[in-house]
Design a protein. Structure first.
Length: 149
């Protein structure tokens, strides 16, 4: 009799995943690469803007020079399983945050629906709606807030 094996993100913790599983979790939304603002009066609040990191491709939502990104963006954060308890700063739709919080992946996630473009088709990503970093003065980022976490 065939054995039904549940999806790896339901039976493994982030720490237990192999590299391929870990990498495949990313839905490619690019939201974590958007510029963020902190609230001086509320240290726990992070505001996401539609202003993109200078290396983010505004249409594909992918880093345009991932291998060398630290040369251009020294504070780029590389997510690791060891950081899982600190994933509250990530977008609520981020697969790493969802799994870290014991949640399932959404229906549009490519591991669930099989379509890597679904994240763009259903409007989770900001593909085509982002602003280039050098097109908006830092003091104007506040005008482009899209959500807070
Ligand atoms: S927010 Fe999460 S799922 Fe989206 S690109 Fe960043 S790491 Fe990947
Ligand atoms: S350097 Fe690349 S991976 Fe890092 S935030 Fe910018 S676009 Fe994202």
């Amino acid at each position: 009799m065939a054995q039904i094996v549940s999806a790896f993100w339901k039976r493994k913790t982030l720490e237990q995943m192999d590299r391929q599983e870990w990498e495949s979790l990313c839905d490619g939304c690019g939201l974590c690469c958007l510029q963020k603002l902190e609230d001086e009066d509320d240290a726990s609040a992070i505001y996401y803007t539609r202003v993109a990191c200078k290396l983010l491709d505004l249409n594909t939502c992918r880093c345009s020079d991932y291998a060398n990104r630290r040369r251009h963006v020294p504070d780029c954060v590389q997510l690791t399983p060891a950081m899982a308890e600190e994933f509250a700063w990530l977008p609520p739709t981020c697969a790493y945050r969802l799994v870290a919080e014991g949640e399932d992946l959404p229906p549009w996630h490519h591991l669930v629906c099989g379509d890597p473009q679904a994240v763009h088709k259903v409007g989770i990503s900001q593909a085509g709606r982002m602003l280039a970093e050098d097109s908006v003065a830092n003091e104007d980022w506040e005008e482009h807030i899209i959500f807070r976490v």
